[in-house]
Design a protein around this ligand. Structure first.
Ligand SMILES: O=P(O)(O)OC[C@H]1O[C@H](O[C@H]2O[C@H](CO)[C@@H](O)[C@H](O)[C@H]2O)[C@H](O)[C@@H](O)[C@@H]1O
Length: 272
């Protein structure tokens, strides 16, 4: 799509039911805006460290952050450290990393503490999965505090399938009760089982939020959509089955929706 067509798509009016839902949501007293990062705020790229939120999405997030009783959280599969780097947002953005395992809320000293058994299991996982990544072309391993992501984005379909098969077989032969998640060109292994849905429930309680907006694009975001309640709004970015109430084609349109939510909420604040 060329830039003019893309601009026309993004500036196209949002569907009326979505606009109505955003207007309603903008009126609640305490609002949580929870956002997945890759594929939602940031277009997908080959190197995870190069991913950045679209400028329009970042601008909308900053507008939301400036509003009273409005908190923004990033809820990502990335390790917290990686999320902090690529997101580059102010410290009052709440962060959830590793699909819910890591949290950085308002206390910057909060740290994930794995017990000895978990640490040993991470070591075993590293040994097994490194061997898989080292033995198959264009497959690489991303390290996270409680596990690993086996990336196959640049591998052939055949090598990607092979990497998944061998990694599953070898990891499960060594360790039981692993949490295994398949995402976009990635297979993730963790020694803890927390989900993005649990993270949403935790954030809702932590903030005493009256309603939640959640946007996400991948399979693990479905846990978050599943945790939404009747008065919340879920927005799926891109294709694939979803529990979300609304869908847009991708990050450009997510940015448009966030800007609309900011505009409605700014209007309501001025009316109060
Ligand atoms: O929950 P998210 O914020 O969407 O994070 C999910 C995974 O994102 C990253 O991988 C994905 O995005 C990369 C950059 O666009 C892409 O190269 C890769 O193919 C995707 O799987 C991240 O590296 C993972 O750790 C996250 O779990």
């Amino acid at each position: 799509m060329d830039r003019r067509t893309a601009a026309a798509v993004v500036n196209a009016p949002l569907p009326e039911p979505l606009v109505g839902a955003l207007r309603e949501l903008a009126r609640v007293r305490r609002l949580l805006v929870a956002l997945d990062f890759d594929g939602t705020l940031a277009p997908e790229v080959d190197s995870p460290e190069k991913a950045r939120a679209l400028p329009e999405a970042r601008a909308a997030v900053l507008r939301l952050l400036a509003l009273p009783n409005t908190r923004v959280a990033l809820v990502s599969g990335r390790a917290l450290r990686s999320l902090v780097e690529v997101a580059d947002l102010p410290d009052d953005v709440l962060l959830v990393g590793s699909h819910g395992i890591e949290l950085r809320l308002d206390d910057p000293h909060d740290r994930l503490a794995l017990d000895t058994v978990e640490l040993e299991r991470v070591d075993v996982l590293q040994e097994v999965l490194s061997q898989v990544a080292d033995s198959i072309d264009d497959v690489w391993l991303e390290s996270k505090p409680a596990g690993f992501a086996l990336h196959t984005r640049l591998a052939t379909d055949e090598n990607s399938r092979l990497a998944h098969l061998v990694a599953l077989r070898e990891a499960q032969a060594e360790l039981d009760d692993l949490t295994i998640r398949e995402g976009k060109n990635v297979l993730e292994f963790a020694v803890r089982s927390t989900t993005k849905g649990e993270a949403i429930e935790h954030l809702r309680r932590y903030l005493a939020a009256d309603a939640v907006f959640y946007a996400g694009d991948d399979v693990t975001d479905e846990d978050a959509f599943d945790a939404l309640q009747a008065h919340d709004v879920g927005l799926k970015s891109g294709d694939g089955p979803t529990l979300a109430g609304f869908r847009v084609p991708g990050p450009d349109e997510v940015a448009h929706v966030l800007a609309a939510l900011a505009t409605f909420r700014e209007g309501d604040v001025h009316e109060q």
